[in-house]
Design a protein around this ligand. Structure first.
Ligand code: ATP
Ligand code: MG
Length: 771
């Protein structure tokens, strides 16, 4: 047996060794689904399957990279390079580039990000003179996105009475026209939005049987991770591509389906067996990730869901510490608790920052965590906020780059035509817009042909426009021979962007210039990396595609030692030794918007299951007594999810005598471990108590009663140690003290451990026994 196969248990090895046919692996969190996919690919290659014939679809590009690295180690990197691996969006964007012209798009089509799409929708709403308070652009965008993901084209929309009626009922009878106008504008601009990358792929495979065949033959083996979260559009692509050979392996966990709100369809996993002939179903049961406590607690939660496939998950790992539950007064205190706990756990166990993650339900909760981490000087990184590429100054540079690649790209043109200021004002733009509509040309084409058009634009403005067009064209010519870095470097200099920022001189202005430098560094790295690949030159087109689909999650940060902060949705598939799940309060988690139906509540519960199962060694759950919501301090009630966990897995931190003190705000201080008390602050007569902020005095008083950041681990009494002493540590075993440094609270010992090598420990925290 190849040695890597020994790194699988028997149940995992079965789907890896089944070379052909359709198969589905359904298994709980941490049971090795992703590992099965990875090893299966390595195995296929070892059996002579050409990597060019393998397509593997993952949830993030980062996951794809990690899988590829692992496979490289098994089969060698030159072979692994040729695998097709990535997210649905990145893989099919690549395919669409080859085939775009069949669909009437230029092969250098732009990919509009959410900001671009929403900006187009705003313009459409404005041009149609609709009430922007009724037609809220974000809502309209989401609606159109959901049409696209269900493969409802404009034509299909107008044939569907029910959809039209639903929009009329919600006072948006002109939704269909907006949809139409939006699609037309994107098409005219040579742009596809994110949803188009799937929709157009479906169109391509449906309309052109020869193209379908080509890719069916190419991708003889298809693998999909996180199958439970595929939407209809993705489902159809996979189905079409795998239809001929039916060599398809999907893995997933119905208990981790958390994207229904974005169109993911759990039925894809439930119906898989009907979709293919002779489907083999595999189950994995052993969890390798987490302690017994975590695995069992997670099982006890998901048990509460009615809609689920029955599954067994167990682990051979240690019992582990119980899940710590802590109640804090406010979100500020919650942040301080988490930061101190991380600090102390890290000190005590000699850990890295990257061993910790803080997970929350909504992005807004990150602020309190950030404040506290900053105060304690703990480095952190937020995932999924505004990504680097969406910052204004970065988008400005990228818009120039997009425009020179695709002059029809209207969003890019609008962004940069008068930035830095060139005296091309809104009136001129309005006139150009009207002309573009009238002649059915792009804005750029209108500007190019100004001399032949009868427009009310004076000669000075005309020459400014002409200069702009000439500049962009000169960049385009440059890009035909130079790599992405040379082009980007020239663009930032020649357009005057950086000079404009230098004039600014404020700290923000300087930060912007630094960001642009960072962008250029990034492009240089990208170009160097690409040039190593056989079929790549590091061109601007390659770079733009990479950027358009880069999510914050994908950045390679393996060398950064930081605490990770992210929403639970983003944490899917990841694992961390220590996980803090914060804001476990009713109306926040579960979210207030999810209480209407059982299925929504069950999705929240699955989300909690995902959160808890990210933890390897220990999980912490926190909630506050009062929290600012919509600008008001309101009483918070502990989440029902805490109650749903069997008590035997939990360890409450709230001091026993805490509840003896008189309540300081309208809620009870439910200090005891007795769970029935947990929800006692529920408004008894149905009307919630008035929300008000506790006074500073009240806060001080409460803090005096209870340390603001209760220590999660008891510090040991001072020990008298000196060099040469023999000691024992609960984790590193026996060791010999080499030297002692520092005094008082900061005293550290350098110890040579039998099991752990030489470590420096803060004596205040290290539980050392002197032998
Ligand atoms: P999730 O549902 O969260 O995506 P998963 O089922 O994909 O989880 P993996 O991420 O593949 O699980 O595996 C969880 C952890 O267990 C990983 O660290 C993995 O390396 C480890 N693991 C999986 N199988 C084994 C095994 N047979 N021996 C040792 N470690 C394993
Ligand atoms: Mg996984």
């Amino acid at each position: 047996m190849e040695s890597y196969l020994a790194e699988l248990n028997d149940a995992q090895r079965e789907p890896v060794l089944q070379k052909d046919g359709a198969m589905i692996v359904i298994a709980g969190a941490g049971s090795g689904k992703t590992r099965v996919l990875t090893y299966r690919i390595a195995y296929l290659m070892s059996k002579g399957v050409d990597p060019f014939n393998i397509l593997s679809l993952t949830f993030t590009n980062k996951a794809a990279r990690e899988m590829k690295n692992r496979i490289s180690k098994i089969v060698g990197s030159s072979e692994a390079k040729n695998l097709w691996m990535g997210t649905f969006h990145s893989i099919f964007a690549k395919i669409l580039r080859f085939e775009a012209e069949k669909l009437g798009y230029p092969s250098n089509f732009t990919i509009y990000d959410t900001q671009d799409s929403q900006s187009v929708i705003r313009a459409v709403i404005k041009d149609m003179r609709l009430d922007k308070d009724v037609y809220k652009y974000k809502q309209v965008y989401n609606r159109i996105s959901s049409f696209k993901n269900s493969l409802i084209t404009v034509k299909a929309y107008f044939q569907n009475g029910e959809l039209q009626e639903a929009d009329a009922m919600s006072k948006k009878p002109r939704m269909g026209e907006i949809y139409q106008a939006y699609v037309d504008r994107c098409f005219k601009a040579g742009a596809m939005d994110f949803d188009d990358l799937l929709l157009k792929t479906n169109e391509l495979l449906n309309r052109f049987p020869e193209v379908l065949q080509k890719y069916q033959n190419r991708f003889r083996y298809i693998l999909v991770d996180e199958y439970q979260d595929t939407n209809h559009s993705q489902y159809l692509i996979v189905k079409a591509l795998s239809d001929k050979f039916q060599n398809i392996c999907v893995v997933g966990d119905d208990a981790q389906s958390i994207y229904a709100f974005r169109g993911a369809n759990i039925n894809n996993i439930l119906n898989f067996q009907k979709d293919y002939d002779d489907v083999q179903m595999y189950r994995l049961e052993q969890n390798y990730r987490s302690t017994k406590n975590i695995v069992n607690a997670a099982n006890s939660i998901i048990d509460k869901n009615k809609t689920k496939l029955e599954k067994v998950v167990w682990t051979d790992n240690d019992e582990g510490p119980k899940i710590v539950v802590n109640r804090l007064l406010t979100d500020g205190e919650e942040g301080r608790f988490v930061a101190s706990s991380i600090f102390e756990t890290k000190m005590q166990n000699q850990l890295s920052n990257s061993d910790f993650a803080i997970l929350y339900r909504t992005n807004a909760q990150s602020r309190a965590m950030e404040d506290a981490l900053r105060k304690k000087e703990i480095p952190y990184r937020i995932y999924g906020g505004l990504s680097f590429y969406q910052r204004k100054e970065i988008k400005d540079v990228l818009s120039y780059l997009r425009l020179l690649m695709n002059p029809k790209d209207e969003e890019a043109l609008k962004r940069v035509i008068n930035y830095p200021a060139r005296g091309i004002g809104q009136t001129t733009m309005d006139r150009l817009n009207i002309a573009a509509n009238q002649y059915e040309k792009s804005l750029f084409e209108v500007i190019e042909n100004l001399d032949h058009l009868d427009l009310k634009i004076n000669s000075s403005t005309r020459s400014k426009l002409q200069n702009f067009v000439n500049m962009i064209k000169s960049f385009t010519i440059l890009s035909q021979n130079a790599d992405a870095f040379v082009v980007a470097d020239t663009v930032t200099k020649k357009t005057g962007l950086v000079q404009e920022m230098k004039k600014d001189g404020t700290p923000e202005g300087i930060a912007r210039i630094e960001n642009i430098e960072e962008l250029l560094n990034g492009i240089r790295d990208f170009v160097e990396g690409q040039k190593e690949l056989a079929d790549s030159t590091g061109s601007l087109a390659e770079f733009l595609e990479d950027v358009a689909l880069a999510t914050d999650m994908d950045k390679d940060t393996s060398d950064e030692d930081r605490v990770a902060l992210m929403t639970i949705h983003l944490a899917k598939g990841l694992e961390f030794p220590y996980v803090y799940i914060v804001g476990l309060e009713e109306d926040l988690f579960p979210s207030a918007m999810s209480m209407n139906t059982r299925s929504e509540l069950e999705e929240e519960r699955r989300l909690f299951y995902v959160a808890l199962t990210r933890a390897e060694n220990q999980a912490y759950l926190t909630y506050t007594q009062s929290r600012y919501r919509w600008g008001k301090l309101v009483d918070a009630e502990p989440s029902r999810f805490i109650e749903e966990i069997d008590d035997k897995f939990l360890d409450y931190m709230i001091p026993q005598d805490d509840y003896k003190y008189k309540p300081l705000i309208d809620t009870d201080i439910f200090g005891e471990v007795d769970k029935s008390k947990l929800r006692q602050n529920k408004p008894k007569n149905g009307t919630p108590p008035p929300a008000h902020k506790p006074t500073e005095q009240q806060l001080r008083k409460l803090r005096k009663l209870k340390p603001a950041s209760p220590e999660p681990v008891k510090a040991t009494k001072s020990v008298n140690l000196s060099a040469g002493n023999e000691v024992e540590h609960m984790r590193f075993g026996k060791g010999k003290v080499l030297k002692i440094e520092g005094i008082g609270q900061d005293q550290k010992a350098e110890i040579d451990f039998e099991n752990g090598g030489i470590k420096k420990l803060l004596l205040r925290f290290a539980k050392l026994k002197v032998l």
